[in-house]
Design a protein around this ligand. Structure first.
Ligand SMILES: [Zn+2]
Ligand SMILES: [Zn+2]
Length: 538
């Protein structure tokens, strides 16, 4: 072996960072670990702990996304064929949630101080983002920082509650508190508790080919497709309410939203209890969601003739006349009884429904469908391979560009209405809402929609179960004295902050140790089993 190497040889050597990343990924370690300093309050000793980022998308952190998916599989399986009523759902933030919220607050203070000193806060912002993920992961809904001024809650506008004439009526039953489906007893005495797997789709926007692209892009209804996607979550809520009313009990579900090839969202749903197909058909036909928003029929301002922000009044004005534009509330109040809703979202008549028995091969297959795409962005579920598919996606994105995504959407200015919580710098077509981004295809809701009493546990509980199983395998106890340690997020300002490569090395070392310990524990368990089997034979 010679000491000198050619340039080609050097180029062939993998970069150190890349190799660490690959190794970390291979051993299932997080690729974006958050550094925590754990202090033992008794001995004063500190230790650096790498907390996994907890990403749910494989494009961000494949090992964490994989773990998140396994957790959803466990959650889906546990809730589907539950035989006893689950306890009352979670209410108050638990300890973990409280912990992350405190850390988040502390990090925010540090970031703002650094910002005030004129320092670069990019690292802090990345950290805050990671902490937000952690907080969501701990089961807290919404984000910690609220944008906008909040404002007083306005009295709810009264809209006609009369049902639409074009939707059939549903039988109305009182919804009982039980969440468990019926048990059927076969003549041989065996009892069955069947549950449902259901797939709901949006209606047609125009004929499509097998590759999901429209036969005639000119007549394909992109506007309707965009609006259905924007209001899909609300429609799902309506469906569940109606379903419960017809069934007469508090039916529970685990749903996953993903796009079809034509890029319209559809919903796979596991429902606890059996639902006759006729009932599903009836509820689909009767379910709609009306969007009572101001009209977007007339474009009032575009290009450079946009409304201007008047700082002193805190309001948008007409660029020509200086007139104050109607506020969001005024625009809503102006919707009269003769007006139509901006949009009526409905499911298409086609659906798939099948009964599934607990622990059957069918159940496993359906759980596979439900969780198949959870580690991917909505738009990444189907790769656009052809020009036609790319053009189709681009046309949908264009339709979503000026479609208002929410009451606070900047696009309202285009239609002469001030968005709710209006502020300076809003520009139609440049709303930052998730729904407008191409990777979301108009759907900004949660990918997994789970009812509160599905498994009777939070994701955090399921994570705890997994940890307990792991510890049991290792023959270890749950941390006997959690109060003994204090935890701090280590920021780039701290002297013990580690650069990325070193954090990854820690992750690799941790995972390798854990794997070795698990292998050893399993080997011993097998040995013990063999010994006792041998003992029985002898
Ligand atoms: Zn991660
Ligand atoms: Zn928007």
């Amino acid at each position: 072996m010679t000491q000198t190497s050619t340039r080609a040889e050097r180029m062939a050597m993998p970069l150190a960072r890349d190799s660490i990343r690959k190794i970390a990924e291979a051993v299932g370690g997080c690729l974006r670990p958050v550094q925590l300093r754990r202090t033992d309050t008794v001995t004063g000793q500190t230790e650096q702990i790498m907390k996994p980022c907890g990403a749910t998308l494989a494009s961000i952190c494949p090992p964490c996304a994989d773990r998140a998916k396994m957790l959803r599989i466990a959650q889906c399986r546990e809730g589907w064929h539950l035989e006893d009523e689950p306890g009352p759902g979670p209410a108050m933030p638990d300890e973990t949630q409280e912990y992350w919220l405190t850390v988040r607050a502390e990090a925010q203070v540090q970031r703002d101080r650094a910002d005030a000193r004129g320092q670069d806060v990019a690292d802090y912002d990345a950290l805050l983002g990671e902490l937000d993920v952690e907080i969501t992961r701990a089961g807290v809904r919404g984000t910690v920082t609220t944008s906008g001024k909040g404002g007083k809650a306005t009295a709810r506008r009264v809209r006609s509650t009369r049902r639409r004439q074009d939707a059939p009526d549903l039988p109305k039953r009182k919804i009982g508190p039980q969440t468990i489906g019926k048990v059927f007893t076969a003549p041989d005495g065996k009892s069955y508790r069947p549950s449902m797997f259901l797939t709901l789709t949006c209606g047609s926007y125009g004929k499509v080919r097998d590759d999901g692209t429209p036969v005639d892009p000119g007549t394909y209804d992109y506007r309707r497709a965009a609006r259905d996607a924007l209001h899909f979550s609300a429609l799902v809520d309506r469906f569940i309410q109606n379903l419960r009313r017809v069934l007469g009990y508090d039916a529970q579900y685990f749903g996953a939203v993903e796009p079809q090839r034509r890029l319209a969202p559809h919903l796979h749903m596991a429902i606890r209890g059996a639902v006759p197909r006729a009932v599903v058909r009836q509820v689909i036909a009767a379910t709609y969601h009306q969007v009572w928003w101001p009209s977007t029929d007339v474009v009032r301002y575009e290009d450079d003739e946009l409304p201007v922000w008047e700082e002193d009044l805190g309001t948008y004005l007409d660029p020509g006349t200086g007139e104050v534009l109607p506020t969001w509330d005024q625009a809503l109040d102006a919707i009269g009884p003769q007006d139509h809703p901006l949009h009526v979202a409905r499911f298409g008549p086609e659906f798939h429904a099948e009964g599934v028995l607990a622990g059957s091969r069918g159940a496993t297959r359906c759980i596979g469908y439900l969780t198949k795409y959870l580690t991917k962005h909505v738009a990444d579920c189907h790769q656009a391979d052809t020009d036609a598919q790319r053009a189709h996606a681009a046309r949908l994105a264009e339709a979503l560009r000026f479609e208002p995504c929410s009451p606070t959407c900047a696009n309202w200015l285009r239609y002469g209405v001030q968005p709710k919580n209006a502020r300076a710098g809003l520009r139609p077509g440049a709303c930052k809402g998730k729904a407008h981004r191409p990777e979301h295809l108009g759907y900004s809701g949660q990918r997994v929609l789970t009812s509160r009493k599905w498994s009777g546990k939070t994701l955090q509980d399921h994570r705890g179960d997994r940890k307990a199983r792991l510890l049991a395998t290792l023959g270890m106890d749950e941390n006997p004295d959690p109060g003994r340690y204090t935890w701090h997020v280590v920021t780039p300002d701290d002297p013990d902050h580690m650069p990325y490569d070193r954090r990854l090395l820690y992750v690799v070392a941790d995972r390798t140790r854990l794997k070795a310990a698990l292998d050893e524990a399993r080997r011993r368990a097998e040995e013990a089993a063999e010994l006792s089997a041998a003992g029985r034979v002898a």
